[in-house]
Design a protein around this ligand. Structure first.
Ligand code: ADP
Ligand code: ASP
Ligand code: MG
Length: 406
């Protein structure tokens, strides 16, 4: 069976007009004699609305009920899409995750797809049907509905492609593919024809919302090629694939930035073993994700300063936890909200010396102060004032020649 998995994001099913357009795209694949499995997200804005409602009911809304509530957006979109295909004369129906079922592991709000029962869907495909499957959700081994993290329909599509051994997995979205940086923030961003899983994973984890990071991990593990393209414009998109398929002469492939980071500095912390652990243990217990960390060398061997970043929404909670932590002593606690992390990403860095210097020099020339640095083999991230994000992005895009076509 030649199976193709087509995933449509929130903007592709955001209005009735767009749902009708999406049905056209699906119909075209049917004409090419593919067996088509569709995965849909909720209409854009719906998931956010549902989350807002839950927080208005309770600040500590039950996480199992959260999953029941927020997964309902996909149900609505899938039924509208199936309805349109039926209207056009196709055999189609919506499939909710529990009807298949799609089995997940892990905690509510953040589960992972572990298994998909293929039987009913294969039978339905053989009968000529087009299943429209709800993305972003599954059920756990207690038959409770689960969700798999924001943007999770991408991971649903990739896992469905894996289990059904799809020939192609295509992610339809509101941009033409993966760009050197967010094309909605910087008009000179260039579409990337082909990108490795590793680079895409870094770009997504460091702020490029276009693909959910977990979905890229799943694709890499299972060697699933992903095509990303536009629902609205008929043009070739981006292929996300393994590194050995790519020949590139670029040092940097893309730039990502974040908007919602905060910086926490503890000034005058005792410089002795175990202090960092005493600071971070209660944070991790409270599920606060610490990102960049820097500790200054102490001048007198007794005291040091420790700085780290967290998500802005965790700032108040972090402040309370640190102030109430009886196991640590410090002179001052500084909190800063308006910071942004900007990262350059590229496998070309591994073999090219001097990339770090070039990045820092570019920022210095533009009078942008670097507050925290973190690096990995294929990325360099710096924390800067939020107001400088666009300026940094433009300068780095130019310095690393990302506007140049290969
Ligand atoms: P969908 O609803 O299809 O899942 P998303 O809103 O999750 O779409 O992701 C698409 C958005 O990702 C684009 O509108 C774009 O603004 C943003 N984006 C961020 N970084 C990039 C990038 N490097 N390339 C393409 N799009 C990006
Ligand atoms: N509707 C979900 C969300 O908004 C899943 C997705 O868009 O992929 O997070
Ligand atoms: Mg998305």
């Amino acid at each position: 069976m030649r199976i193709v998995v087509l995933k449509f994001g929130g903007t592709s099913v955001g209005t009735i007009k767009k749902i009708k357009k999406t049905a056209e795209i699906i119909a075209n694949y049917k004409k090419k004699k593919y067996k088509v499995i569709v995965v849909s997200s909720a209409m854009s804005g719906v998931t956010n609305e549902l989350i807002k409602k839950s927080s208005e009911i309770s600040e500590n809304f039950s996480s199992s009920e959260y999953d029941v509530l927020v997964s309902s957006g996909e149900q609505m979109a899938c039924s509208l899409l199936a309805g349109r295909l039926i209207h056009k004369g196709f055999k189609a129906r919506s499939w909710l995750s529990w009807q298949i079922p799609i089995i997940t592991l892990g905690k509510h709000k953040n589960s992972r797809i572990n298994e998909i029962n293929k039987k009913k869907i294969i039978k339905y495909l053989k009968e000529g049907g087009t299943p429209i499957i709800t993305g972003f959700q599954g059920i756990n081994n207690e038959s409770r509905i689960t969700t798999i993290g924001r943007g999770g329909s991408d991971a649903s599509a990739i896992m469905i492609a894996k289990f059904f051994k799809a020939e192609r997995c295509i992610i339809y979205t509101d941009v033409e593919g993966i760009y050197t940086t967010d094309p909605n923030k910087f008009k000179k961003a260039k579409k990337i024809k082909i990108i490795s899983y590793e680079e895409m994973l870094e770009m997504a984890s460091l702020g490029a919302k276009v693909m959910q990071p977990v979905s890229i991990q799943d694709a890499r593990l299972n060697r699933i090629d992903i095509e990303v393209k536009s629902s609205f414009i008929k043009k070739s998109g981006t292929l996300i694939t393994k590194r050995s398929n790519i020949i590139s002469n670029k040092i940097v492939t893309g730039i990502s930035s974040t908007q919602n980071d905060s910086k926490v500095s503890l000034i005058g912390v005792r410089d002795k073993p175990g202090v960092a652990a005493a600071i971070f243990k209660p944070l991790s217990k409270n599920l606060i994700n610490v990102d960049m960390v820097v500790q200054n060398i102490s001048a007198n061997g007794k005291e040091t300063d420790l700085t780290f970043t967290i998500k802005a929404e965790d700032l108040n909670k972090t402040k309370k936890i640190i102030e109430n932590n009886k196991n640590i002593r410090f002179r001052k606690l500084l909190l800063k909200k308006d910071v942004s992390k900007i990262s350059i990403i590229g496998v070309g860095m591994i073999t090219t010396p001097g990339v770090t210097f070039k990045m820092f020099q570019t920022l210095a020339k533009n009078r942008i102060n670097i507050q925290v640095i973190s690096t990995s083999e294929i990325k360099i991230s710096v924390l800067i004032d939020k107001k400088n994000t666009k300026k940094a992005l433009i300068a780095l895009h130019k310095e690393f020649e990302l506007g140049r076509t290969k």
